[in-house]
Design a protein around this ligand. Structure first.
Ligand code: ATP
Length: 268
């Protein structure tokens, strides 16, 4: 299947430690999602408490939603199926309904499984008047499978959905995603933590002032921070220089960040 990745938990590269900031979300996810999955004995009384079957992560792009979903799968030892909706919708339109069946069949076979649906709004958003029949059929199929394992107490399959536009999700979907967590832009302290995590394995000057760097990166997401660190490390290596000043001149407002990060990377 081309439009989805299936990853065995041993090959998942994300852990909770590899995620900077987001302490509140991590704690809530641990209590509400991972614990009930790991300790089903504790949560097996009656029908009210059971493993979560649908969780929504929402927030701006690049803030770590995919990373969190992978870390949950890793922590729980679950297979991770990443359904790539945009690819699915644009290229394999006709086969989409079949793909939904395949995803869920596979999820049952590999359980415990987390089915991650990124950009869920583009797939299961409010119904448009002009919606193609194939899309409607695919959604119906998806919902039917989803409801199937939601009512099956023993199924260890969970849908984890992510979106940048939660307001575009329709009621039927929100009902199936009873737990929703906001994954927001990092504040200054969180940015410092993210920078530490991203640069953990780099040859960084021990005197690098992460707090100062974090203060320079107002409004940067985790993904922006990763990109900027990549550039700093790349050019430091490429130029063999501890202080690639050409970046200092060409990067406008980012200049001091580049200079500081790149300058702090030791020679390899
Ligand atoms: P989108 O909404 O665009 O799908 P996302 O919220 O799912 O974005 P991720 O794909 O998880 O964002 O993040 C992109 C990359 O940015 C990650 O692979 C990671 O390297 C880095 N990153 C983002 N947030 C964090 C974070 N909190 N800690 C460490 N790295 C982060």
């Amino acid at each position: 299947i081309i439009a989805c990745d299936v990853v065995n938990p041993d090959h998942i590269d994300a852990t909770f430690e590899s995620i900077g900031g987001l302490d509140g979300v991590k704690k809530s996810l641990h209590e509400l999602v991972i614990l009930p999955l790991q300790r089903s004995d504790l949560f097996a009384h009656g029908k009210l408490l059971g493993p979560q079957k649908g969780v929504l992560l929402y927030g701006p792009p690049g803030t770590g939603k995919t990373l969190l979903a992978k870390a949950i799968a890793k922590e729980f030892g679950a297979s991770f199926i990443n359904v790539k909706i945009s690819t699915l919708m644009s290229k394999w339109f006709g086969d989409a309904q079949k793909l939904v069946t395949t995803v869920f069949t596979l999820a049952y076979k590999l359980q415990p499984t987390i089915i991650f649906v990124d950009e869920v709004d583009s797939f299961l958003g409010q119904r448009r008047a002009t919606e193609h029949e194939a899309v409607t059929n695919m959604k119906t199929e998806f919902m039917a499978w989803w409801d199937g394992f939601t009512t099956d107490q023993d199924a260890r399959v969970m849908v984890l959905a992510a979106t940048n536009r939660p307001w575009e999700l329709d009621e039927a979907i929100l009902r199936r995603l009873p737990r929703a967590f906001e994954v927001g832009m990092p504040n200054e302290k969180e940015r410092a933590h993210i920078l530490r995590v991203i640069l953990k394995d780099e040859n960084v000057d021990p005197d690098l002032d992460y707090d100062k760097l974090a203060a320079l990166c107002d409004n940067y997401s985790g993904s922006d921070l990763k990109e900027i660190c990549w550039q700093a490390v790349f050019f430091a290596v490429l130029t063999g220089s501890r202080r690639p000043w050409h970046w200092y001149h060409v990067q406008g407002s980012r200049e001091s960040f580049f200079a500081a990060v790149a300058g702090a990377i030791g020679e390899r």
